[in-house]
Design a protein around this ligand. Structure first.
Ligand code: NAD
Length: 432
């Protein structure tokens, strides 16, 4: 049987044969998430680093798995007819090619966030999943955390009143050294550098561009805007029940950190989500908390404020008054003084603790493979959240206020920004 027909008749207790492409920092964590469950078998592994594959093999065997097959070329892994699913945890510039090829080969796919490097890639990934009827989970794992599912439900219930602002912060102090300024020079291994670059432009080797640090360079990543931003935009728009923004603008720069990164160390993005403002604040040269509860996200409503973290969420009621704003004047201070004391909360506070972990997201993918249901972070959800962050990068790079036609997936007021929705792959790579 081919993987395609096999996955459609899979029983609840049947084993899922999984192939992993990319077993670095994140691939290792996702692998551990799958290893929690006996029905997910590590059947094949592929990475450019032998030591990462050695570790993955060791972990799988410690759980009683057979020795996984090793592939040097990811295309061979995708062609392997014994595999039901492919997990992709390579750098962002690889996601589209590998995910689309896996879908076309009849595999279900777990693909790390951000879904894509460009909006056009993301749309093609949505089409590939739909055309091939594939189950796809995007690696935005907050979606499988029960306490955050309850947060989103609570926020969407209207309990916070009219929500006016939703904000996320990525705060860390990397000053002064940052990544360090690694010199350009010949790669330790030309073939490995070429294989790692894949469809990205051929540029001189720099240690900082490659393993893990690629997220500070635009050819391979959207920077922290897409790296952390996609987690926050996704959670916030889930709470708001909104699909796509109408407009976006961004300011920022590399103001403090003296290394060879390309992305800004300080940035503020603002989206118009049709009557709600969304904000992502990235400050990488100062780590002071962004709000009183020191959380990574906050949603402000007329009746209360919701604070969200990886380990819980909290609602702090606003104090409201029905009195009109007093007109301050020197002969009547009584009306003015009566105003604030008349305020009263109109909702109750609430607090819920939990923990975002990797395994429930893996479990949800395995379950959906068997039932053919949509995953908690299905392909379209991942695409819409990723797109919002990608269009913010276009606003940053063009220094503009961009109006977004979400249906056409095009800007309506900036031709240069529209050029940033795709890029030309380096030969011989082609976006299918
Ligand atoms: N969901 C999350 O919370 C989360 C957290 C961290 C990273 N990520 C995402 O995971 C992805 C990987 O990030 P990382 O931190 O693990 O980076 P990393 O550099 O540590 O790992 C990427 C791995 O991909 C491998 N690779 C690159 N090209 C390959 C190819 N052509 N074939 C096979 N293997 C190849 C590399 O050898 C490397 O080991 C990124 O998209 C990142 O955004 C998600």
């Amino acid at each position: 049987m081919t993987a395609l027909s096999y996955s459609q008749v899979m029983g609840a207790n049947e084993r899922v044969m999984v192939g992993y492409i990319g077993l670095g920092n994140r691939g290792d964590q996702v692998h551990e998430g799958f290893l929690e469950y006996g029905d997910a078998r590590t059947a094949a592994i592929c990475d450019l680093k032998t030591s990462y594959m050695d570790l993955a093999e060791k972990k799988a065997k410690a759980k009683g798995h057979d020795t996984p097959k090793r592939y040097a070329d990811y295309r061979k892994l995708i062609e392997d007819k014994t595999l039901d699913a492919v997990v992709i945890a390579t750098p962002d510039h690889w996601h589209a090619l590998q995910m689309i090829e896996a879908c076309n080969a009849g595999k279900d796919v777990y693909c790390e966030k951000p879904l894509s490097l460009t909006v056009v890639e993301g749309r093609k990934m949505v089409e590939a999943a739909e055309r091939n009827k594939r189950v796809v989970q995007v690696g935005i794992q907050r979606r499988s955390a029960k306490f955050l599912q309850e947060a989103a439900e609570y926020a969407r219930s209207g309990a916070l009143g009219k929500i006016t602002l939703a904000q996320g912060w990525h705060l860390t102090n990397e000053w002064p050294v940052g990544l360090g300024a690694a010199p350009e020079g010949p790669p330790p291994n030309e073939a490995e550098w070429d294989a790692w670059l894949g469809p990205a432009p051929k540029v001189p080797y720099n240690r900082n561009r490659m393993y893990y640090n690629f997220r500070w360079f635009y050819n391979y990543s959207g920077g922290q805007m897409t790296n952390f931003g996609v987690h926050y935009v996704d959670m916030l728009r889930w709470c708001l029940g909104k699909d796509s923004p109408k407009a976006v603008t961004v300011m920022g720069g590399k103001f403090a950190i003296d290394d060879n990164r390309e992305i800004p160390d300080t940035l503020q993005a603002m989206w118009d989500y049709d009557g709600v403002m969304m904000v992502f604040t990235q400050i990488n040269a100062n780590s002071a908390p962004g709000n009183t509860q020191k959380t990574e996200m906050m949603i402000r409503g007329t009746k209360g404020t919701m604070y969200l973290n990886l380990n819980g969420w909290e609602v702090v009621p606003e104090a409201i008054t029905e009195l009109p704003l007093p007109q301050r004047n020197p002969v009547d201070r009584v009306t003015e003084r009566a105003y604030n004391p008349s305020r009263k909360p109109v909702i109750e506070g609430r607090k819920l603790t939990g923990q975002v972990t990797n395994h429930p997201h893996a479990r949800n993918f395995l379950d959906c493979m068997k039932t053919r249901a949509k995953c908690n972070c299905d392909i379209l959800t991942g695409h819409l959240s990723t797109s919002a962050t990608l269009i913010a990068n276009a606003a940053f790079k063009t220094k503009s206020y961009l109006e977004w036609d979400a249906k056409a997936e095009k800007f309506t007021n900036n031709a240069a920004a529209n050029q940033m929705l795709s890029y030309k792959y380096r030969a011989p790579y082609k976006l299918p």
